[in-house]
Ligand binder design. Structure first.
Ligand code: AGP
Length: 605
């Protein structure tokens, strides 16, 4: 979950590496470091803290190339100067930056210590530097290969050798590695965001691959040394799309961008002739889709919750039993994979380890899986080989917002597509595709009343706990609302199905514990009104997120969103909860784009 960057070429590596680190800092931000090659050896600087802290302590003469750099999300050894990467061998000849977990590090550390090696950190990664320095090898790549054969675990790795500065060696097993192809210079990174300012031509390493990267090119091979072929692809986005664009936070920028992002998700996918959705990327014929008897959606965090919204849409519109499950749980229960079940993997980054492993498990057992992914060219996208790219654009803030909305829209398109192959009528197809086309403007209408939401956010200042409740798909909105508030404002927020409240959680209702109730004007409206009555009877404050019209019950505050078709209402009801979380965090002075202890893409188990 760390970010690695590397550069080899004629230019001074330092500014290129620092700029790249800023771009991947959302992958982990508890410490940072850099190593560059100069005549006479390596220069290494690292510290606990942010990339800007590293930048502030860099001496002017810290120049040279090639170089590698790292921004960390601690797994082994707390955030500190000595646990920051790069890690080097005793002679400071080899420098290593690593994203992942070396599972047999304890044994390797013990072996090194028994051989008299002094370890300078508590990390798993440091063993790699000592081992690579110690093995007799013709080339750096050979040395790295030999060491990786005795290592178990996951890694995205970049290695420098002061005595062999003509190449950077990178390797991948679980963590993403991208090679950027420049003009007589090359770049390596965990994420294209770190190199898009210099090139848009990239190749992605696959698991089990190693690459020797020189200024004039690269070679890829397997750990056994067999050459592999790569086809460069072009990154969709320009460097500008990764900028904050004058917004105070990426989170707010990405919330405000949603109308445009949704238009991209919908572009070319509404098929008015047949009142359905056209999804070229799923590569399943109507016949194959008709054979589907069940749908299982897998993802983690917000991707899992978007999957819950998706499962509701598919069951309502296509009448196929659909269920979402946390990918991390799915894999370990030795799941029964069925031929007539379609599995859908959901991921913004396309790199989340548990979701990737679930996809590989399904494929290993012969199951059919498609992806609903944001990052084009990402590992899960390539592993699925078919699916829907949501085109939400780069999402930098750790908390996912526009991708949640665009993923829900993609699910609505898929549900209409599946439904129109079955019993969903032309009239329903028209009703839903028209409503989908109206969503961007409806989101703009909500954005126009942000001040109202900011005032609601004031109500939570001073609270330690908050509950989010809803029924049916409204419960999914409650889950997402609670997750956003937790992630970005550190306020303890729990989501419950509204009907579950009286089976226990009602005991927690107090005048200091507000409840956010998702109460659309649908056939469950009166049930939700009764639940509000139950909360108010215990003097619990209620904030209602609902549709225009009088509420037949008194609440502390209410925010209304435009009404869409009932099946699509959850998508709009969620928007104010994103802004709500943002404004609570803003008033609490939280680090909104980089919440503590989190990272944007979780590439370790
Ligand atoms: C959501 O705000 C979080 N960043 C997190 O829960 C995220 O949704 C989860 O880690 C899954 O990430 P993915 O969509 O990139 O797979």
């Amino acid at each position: 979950m760390c970010g690695i960057v590397g550069y080899i070429g004629k230019r001074d590596a330092t500014p290129i590496l620092l700029e790249g680190l800023h771009r991947v800092e959302y992958r982990g931000y508890d410490s940072a470091g850099i190593a560059i090659t100069r005549p006479g050896g390596l220069q290494v600087l690292k510290c606990q803290g942010r990339v800007r802290d590293l930048e502030n302590m860099l001496p002017k003469r810290f120049k040279g190339a090639p170089g590698i750099a790292h921004t960390r999300w601690a797994t082994h050894g707390e955030p500190s100067d000595h646990n920051a990467h790069p890690h080097c061998d005793a002679a400071n000849r080899i420098a290593v930056v690593h994203n992942g977990i070396i599972e047999n590090a304890a044994a390797l550390r013990a072996r090194l210590m028994s051989e008299g090696i002094t370890l300078r950190s508590e990390t798993d990664t440091e063993v790699l530097a000592h081992l690579i320095a110690a093995v007799p090898a013709e080339t750096l790549a050979d040395a790295v290969r030999q060491v990786l054969r005795i290592v178990t675990g996951t890694y995205a790795l970049a290695v420098l050798d002061a005595e062999r500065p003509e190449a950077i060696v990178v390797a991948r097993n679980g963590g993403p590695v991208v090679i950027g192809i420049g003009d007589r210079e090359m770049f390596v990174a965990s994420d294209p965001a770190a190199l898009v300012a210099h090139t848009r031509s990239v190749v992605h390493l696959d698991d089990g691959e190693i690459a020797v990267v020189r200024a004039d090119g690269y070679e890829t091979s397997t750990l056994d040394g067999g050459p592999t072929a790569k086809t460069p692809s072009v990154i969709d986005w320009t460097s500008g799309s990764f900028d904050k664009g004058g917004y105070s936070h990426y989170m707010r920028k990405e919330i405000v961008e949603q109308p445009e992002a949704v238009r991209r998700t919908l572009r070319g996918r509404i098929e008015p002739r047949f009142q359905t959705a056209h999804l070229g990327g799923i590569e399943l014929t109507a016949g194959e889709l008709l054979d589907i008897r069940r749908i299982k959606v897998l993802g983690c965090g917000s991707a899992y919750i978007a999957g819950c919204v998706g499962a509701h849409l598919i069951e309502q519109l296509a009448r196929i039993p659909a269920h979402a499950e946390a990918a991390s749980e799915f894999r370990y229960r030795n799941p029964v994979i069925e031929r007539d079940t379609l599995y859908i993997a959901v991921s913004q980054s396309g790199e989340t380890f548990e979701t990737l492993a679930a996809v590989q498990e399904i494929k290993r057992k012969g199951g059919r899986v498609l992806g609903i992914i944001n990052v084009v060219g990402s590992t899960i996208g390539r592993e699925c080989g078919r699916g829907i790219y949501v085109h939400a654009g780069p999402e930098i803030a750790v908390v996912s917002t526009k991708t949640f909305t665009c993923t829900s829209i993609a699910f609505a398109l898929l549900a209409v597509h599946l439904g129109r192959i079955r019993d969903l009528s032309t009239a329903d197809g028209r009703r839903l595709t028209r409503a989908l086309a109206a969503v961007p403007e409806q989101i703009e209408e909500i954005m126009g009343r942000e001040d109202e939401i900011a005032r609601l956010a004031e109500m939570l200042l001073g609270c330690e706990h908050a509950y989010f409740i809803g029924r049916s798909a409204g419960y999914c909105v409650a889950m997402e609302g609670a997750l956003k508030l937790k992630e970005v404002s550190y306020l303890h927020a729990e989501a419950y199905p509204a009907s579950e409240l009286k089976h226990g959680p009602l005991a927690l209702i107090t005048p200091q514990t507000p409840t956010i109730v998702v109460i659309p004007r649908d056939d469950l409206f009166s049930k939700n009104v009764s639940t509000i009555e139950e909360i108010r009877a215990r003097r619990g404050p209620v904030i209602a997120v609902t549709h225009p019209g009088e509420l037949p019950v008194k609440v502390e505050a209410a925010f209304t969103v435009p009404q869409s078709e009932p099946e699509l209402d959850p998508i709009l009801l969620n928007i104010p909860l994103q802004l709500f979380a943002y404004h609570v965090a803003l008033r609490k002075g939280c680090d909104i784009d980089k919440p503590r202890h989190l990272a944007k893409s979780v590439t370790v188990e």
